[in-house]
Design a binder for this molecule. Structure first.
Ligand code: ACO
Length: 329
């Protein structure tokens, strides 16, 4: 049993920040950012929250699927930048768009979140317990960026994308993995608890983590780069093996958009034509888990997804997480 994506929608904030804009606030240049990352601009939230962006994308996906909110059985939200620690962003988005009765939960698998969510949705659909899953990937990376740190601030953007997923009889295979030994290669710390009964100091095992600022993304960029250039091709190969197809049979690959050089290395390792890879990093930068569904929504709106196409989605992110899904459209 496989899946079908019957609707897709996206929403990005109006405000666009260019590389030149960053050159005015940190020691960087359009030339460095373009050649090292492939990013030219990113959309940045200005006065709107993650649940509001997610709700807009969700309503667009429902409209695209010609579906009413009452038909949604489950809302899976992928995010690393929710508006509240509790409730889940899924409950907040469901409430915002008028869903009254559905299973709502968040999945935090960082930039690989959409691939993880699609696989979870597929397994729920397989169970026969429900018919329709709304996956919303809503991210506000600006929430946890240190705008004095040139090595991270230029990389990220904000936005949301949503898809409506149902079951089908078509091909489906997945390879969903984590490499937790890299857990602290990318992280954002919360403050330690403070309470009236406290007698001891909270201590992190790692000195660097202990010293890191609260609420700001920290990243060992080079280590993540090395991990990603191995993990992405490996996940695609394993998913293709499970699908029992050759890599050549894949029509389209939508990779996570963290760095165009990571994608180009994956293209070389997989020995596939570059035209099969969808790349939109130039406009949006890295929007964590929203990158892959945003690509899906753009391609669907442009009529570039054809029935029978074998599509591969592949992501990696903090955790470290990684994974690929192959399905027939
Ligand atoms: N402008 C100018 N110079 C810069 C900038 C900048 N914005 N950022 C870093 N530099 C400098 C560094 O200070 C360093 O200078 P030095 O040689 O004087 O020390 C030099 O450029 C080279 O730095 P590197 O870190 O080696 O640069 P690299 O080519 O590796 O690019 C980057 C850095 C873009 C972060 C890359 O390592 C990368 O893309 N890593 C992967 C990140 C990633 O995929 N994250 C995804 C997960 S995020 C999530 O899950 C939410």
């Amino acid at each position: 049993m496989g899946i079908q994506i019957i609707g897709a929608g996206m929403y990005v904030p109006e405000t666009i920040v260019s590389n030149e804009d960053f050159a005015k606030i940190v020691d960087t240049s359009d030339e460095w950012i373009t050649t090292r990352t492939g990013i030219k601009t990113r959309h940045i939230a200005d006065g709107e929250l993650a649940y509001q962006m997610g709700a807009k994308a969700a309503l667009r996906a429902l409209e695209d699927a010609n579906m009413a909110v009452e038909q949604v059985d489950m809302v899976l939200v992928t995010t690393v930048t929710a508006d509240c620690l509790t409730p889940s962003l899924a409950c907040m988005i469901a409430n915002e768009i008028g869903i009254e009765d559905a299973i709502c939960m968040d999945i935090n698998a960082a930039c690989a979140g959409y691939v993880f969510a699609l696989d979870i949705a597929k397994k729920y659909l397989d169970s026969g317990d429900l018919q329709t899953v709304l996956i919303v990937s809503a991210e506000m990376l600006t929430r946890m960026i240190d705008y004095t740190d040139r090595s991270t601030c230029v990389l990220f953007g904000d936005g949301a994308a949503a898809t409506i997923v149902k079951k089908s009889d078509s091909l489906y295979a997945s390879c969903i993995k984590s490499s937790p030994k890299g857990a602290m290669k990318i992280y954002t710390k919360l403050p330690e608890p403070k309470h009236p009964f406290q007698t001891k100091t909270y201590r992190w095992n790692d000195e660097d983590v202990a010293k890191a600022p609260i609420g700001m993304i920290q990243m060992a960029g080079n280590d993540v780069y090395k991990f990603a250039t191995t993990a992405m091709p490996q996940a695609v190969e394993l998913a293709a093996q499970k699908a029992n197809i050759s890599l050549d049979e894949i029509d389209l690959i939508i990779p996570h958009q963290a760095n165009v050089r990571i994608i180009n290395t994956a293209i070389k390792k997989l020995k596939l034509p570059p035209e099969k890879f969808y790349i939109n990093i130039e406009e949006f930068g890295n929007i964590s888990s929203a990158c892959i569904p945003l690509g899906l929504a753009q391609l669907k709106a442009a009529g570039r997804l054809k029935q029978g196409d074998k599509i591969c989605l592949v992501g990696f992110g903090a955790g470290l997480t990684y994974g690929a899904v192959i399905f027939e459209y």
